[in-house]
Ligand binder design. Structure first.
Ligand code: PGA
Length: 248
């Protein structure tokens, strides 16, 4: 059985005070949602978020981590540092990391391997840009990101979550139609079958890119979309509406 997952990626938003306000206002409503809720705050808010969500079912994840245990990597954070403050999930290979910070399928691969070794849950982000879609290369890009990003993984594959986030839909207000998103997520599942066999039927695949309260229902109605990764609309009240989309 695949879970319904509603994840919020705060990116570089929310100071500590704003984080405290968020949890004070919304954590009990988020806790009532019928779905698994995961929030990805910036590093400075991780510990507080982890503490403030302790009595709830809300999970907290980091937006990135390094693949080495420790060392001379200025500005980086290790898996042990995250685990030590109760962080169980980590976003890997978000398109903004790929675009601005040189993240490649190879570094994604090393990070996924490290996360699995540490019993963390990696949410691996993949997706094509506008030109690649126009040129009909979407499936090639997704296949390459999966085959290269998830190579040399055998044990524990079942813990990986995939987020399909077409770059042209992120932060643009241009959500993919539910059919476009379903089509890509179905192809992703087929590539996962090729790589890992039947276990791919239980992999959670999320859609991300301008998800809002207005389009959550149509996205979640799709067979191969098990959840969403929400950016802009995860920062305040709208996230509660999205999280509770199936609450009567
Ligand atoms: P958006 O971001 O919802 O603001 O488009 C999604 C993401 O980047 O994960």
């Amino acid at each position: 059985m695949r879970k319904n997952i509603i994840a919020g990626n705060w990116k570089m938003h929310h100071t500590l005070k704003e984080t405290e306000d968020f949890f004070e206002k919304y954590s009990s409503e988020l806790n009532q949602a019928n779905n698994e809720i995961i929030i990805f705050p910036p590093y400075t808010s991780l510990l507080t978020s982890s503490q403030l969500s302790k009595e709830t079912s809300i999970k907290i994840g980091a937006q990135n981590m390094h693949y080495e245990e420790s060392g001379a990597y200025t500005g980086e954070i290790s898996s042990d540092m995250l685990l030590n403050i109760g962080i169980t999930h980590v976003l890997i290979g978000h398109s903004e990391r790929r675009k601005y910070y040189n993240e490649t399928n190879d570094s994604v691969n090393l990070k996924v391997i490290k996360a699995l070794e540490k019993n963390m849950i990696p949410i691996v982000c993949i997706g094509e840009n506008e030109i690649q879609r126009e040129q009909g290369k979407t499936n090639d890009i997704l296949k390459e990101q999966i085959f290269d990003g998830l190579k040399n993984i055998s044990a524990n594959f079942s813990r990986i979550i995939i987020a399909y986030e077409p770059l042209w839909a992120i932060g643009t207000g241009n959500t993919a139609t539910a059919e476009q998103a379903e089509d890509a997520c179905m192809n992703i599942r087929n590539y996962l079958f090729e790589l890992f066999g039947d276990i791919a039927s239980s992999t959670c695949i999320l859609y991300g890119g301008s998800v809002k309260a207005a389009n959550i229902q149509s996205l979640m109605a799709m067979e191969n979309i098990d959840g969403v990764l929400v950016g802009g609309a995860s920062l305040g009240e709208e996230f509660v509406q999205i999280a509770q989309y199936n609450l009567n």
